[in-house]
Write a protein that binds this ligand. Structure first.
Ligand code: THU
Length: 158
């Protein structure tokens, strides 16, 4: 038996001012997208912005439904729209932000497992790492690849 270990590296900073211009714009786009959340049931407004390799930025917000499981997270709304609009174009970075009662959450919201799985698939499809920026007003976390958020992804159907 061998015990193994996985190390996850990420970068943390406390404000958008520490980011590159591209990353800052992406975070601001995600924050703006929280305003387009349809979340009457949770009151939790999530925004996501995807930077594509062709330079486009696609954003999305969570969409809820009275039949709860029919709703969709902000990240998947944005990624599905991105790949439906520009099929196969690499998603270089996704920024995610969340707001409650009209205020950006202080701490970053971490994407759910289903969104991580979808990120993983698009990363594999592109053959290029997808960066993830989780943005709160007091803390920003940057992951260089989806594997750092979701090790051992399901990819057995090859
Ligand atoms: N939500 C997202 O949009 N992204 C996530 O990664 C986790 C949760 C949404 C779903 C639901 O509309 C609300 O946040 C509360 O769970």
């Amino acid at each position: 038996m061998t015990q193994k270990e996985i190390n996850i590296k990420y970068t943390e900073c406390d404000s958008v001012d520490s980011l590159t211009d591209d990353d800052r714009i992406l975070v601001e786009t995600a924050v703006k997208a929280t305003e387009r959340s349809y979340s009457p049931f949770s009151g939790f407004c999530v925004g996501a912005a995807v930077k594509l390799a062709n330079g486009e930025i696609i954003s999305g917000a969570n969409q809820e439904n009275i039949a709860y499981p029919s709703g969709l997270c902000a990240e998947r709304t944005a990624m599905f729209y991105a790949n439906a609009t520009y099929p196969g174009v690499a998603m270089e970075t996704i920024a995610i932000a969340a707001a409650q009662k009209g205020r950006l959450c202080e701490l970053p919201a971490s994407p759910c497992g289903a969104c991580r799985q979808v990120m993983a698939e698009y990363q594999t499809l592109a053959g290029k790492d997808m960066r993830i920026i989780l943005a709160g007003s007091r803390k920003i976390m940057i992951f260089d690849r989806v594997d750092d958020l979701l090790p051992f992804i399901f990819d057995s159907l090859k």
